[in-house]
Design a protein around this ligand. Sequence first.
Ligand code: NAD
Ligand code: LMR
Length: 338
Amino acid sequence: MFSRSALRTLAAPSSRLFSSSSARQSKVAVLGAGGGIGQPLSLLLKSDPLVTSLNLYDIRGAPGVAADVSHVDTASEVKGFAADHLDAALDGVEVVVIPAGVPRKPGMTRDDLFNTNASIVRDLAAAVARVAPTACILVISNPVNSTVPIVAATLEKAGVYDPKRVFGVTTLDVVRAARFTSGVTNAKPSETPITVVGGHSGATIVPLLSQSSKGKSVSGEAYAALVHRIQFGGDEVVQAKDGAGSATLSMAYAGAKFTNAVLRGLNGEKGVVTPTFVKSPLYADQGIDFFSSNVELGPNGVEKIHPIGELSAEEQKLLDACLPELKKNIEKGKAFVA
Ligand code: NAD
Ligand code: LMR
C-alpha cells in the first residue's frame, strides 16, 4: 500500500528505517481518531515512514489511542488531544485527515448522515482554516459528495480556500473495485487496478472497467453484478455489521493508502496518480464543480486533473445516472454553508 521505497524500508529494522529515509518533516493530524476508522487509521499512519509526527484528536478517547499507538517502534512522534484542544492538535500540521462523524446503520443512505455530519465537518474545517490554513484536508466523513463542498465553502468563507488542497477520499471504491474485479477475473488485485470516477455513494460511483485490460473482459450479467457490487459494497458491510457501523478496517487501509499518496506528492515524487474527489473543471459546465477522476498529486496537492477518458456505452449510462445525483449532493453541501 505504500510506495516501493517505503515498502523496502518497512521491511528493514525500524532503527535504520527512519534515520535517513524521510526527506522532510510530515506532520499529520487525524480528527476523529478515537472512532472505528480513526483507531486503525492512526495505527497505519504510525507505520508510514513518511509520517514524522502524528496528532490524534477526538471529542472522545484520543489520548488513550495516542498512548497506545505511540508504543509502536517507528520513529514518528504521536500526541493525543482531547476535546477543547483542537487548535493545539492542528498546530503546524500539513495534512489533516477527517474521519469524524457518525456512520450508517442498515436502511440508511449516506445522505441520511448529512444532518449530523455536516456541522461536525464544517466546524473542523473552520478550525483548520484558522490554525493550519495551508494544510491539505482529506475528507472521509460521509456523505463525501456533500462534506467536501462543505469544507471548500467553509475555507472559502474564511478566505483561505485552495482547491488544490481539499480531497474527498474515494480510495475505498478503488480498493473494492480492484478486489472484486480480481475475484471475477481470477487475476491478482495488483493486476486489476480500476479507475473509479464520479462521487462516493451508490449510483455516483462509476467504475471504468473498460479501461482495464482484465476488467474489460467482464460482460453481461457478470458485468452488471460487478458494477453493482462496487457501487454498493458499503451496504454489504453495513448489513453484515448489523447496526454496529460501516466499513472501518478496509477504510482505514484505504485512508492510509491515500494519505501516503498525498505525502509522496508533497515530497515531490512524480507520477503519483489516483482517483480522488476534488474541485474539478470536468463537468463544471453542467454545474458540477466537484468530481472524482484520476488526479496527479504533487508538492502543492493537486498537480493535474486527468480527464476520464473513453467510456463504453454502459459506462456512459452509469455516468448519465451519476451526474444529476452528484449535482444535488454538491448543492446541498454548498447550501448548508451559505
Ligand atoms: P465512529 O462513530 O466509529 O467514529 C467517529 C468518531 O468521530 C468518534 O470517535 C467520534 O467521537 C468522533 N467525532 C464526532 N464528532 C467529532 C468532532 N466534532 N470532532 C472530532 N471527532 C468527532 O464512525 P466511523 O465508522 O469511524 O465512521 C466515520 C465516518 O466515516 C462516517 O461518517 C462514515 O460514514 C465515514 N466513512 C467514509 C468512508 C469513505 O469511503 N469515505 C468509508 C467508511 C466510512
Ligand atoms: C463505505 O463505502 O463503506 C462508506 O462510505 C461507509 C458507508 O456508509 O457505506
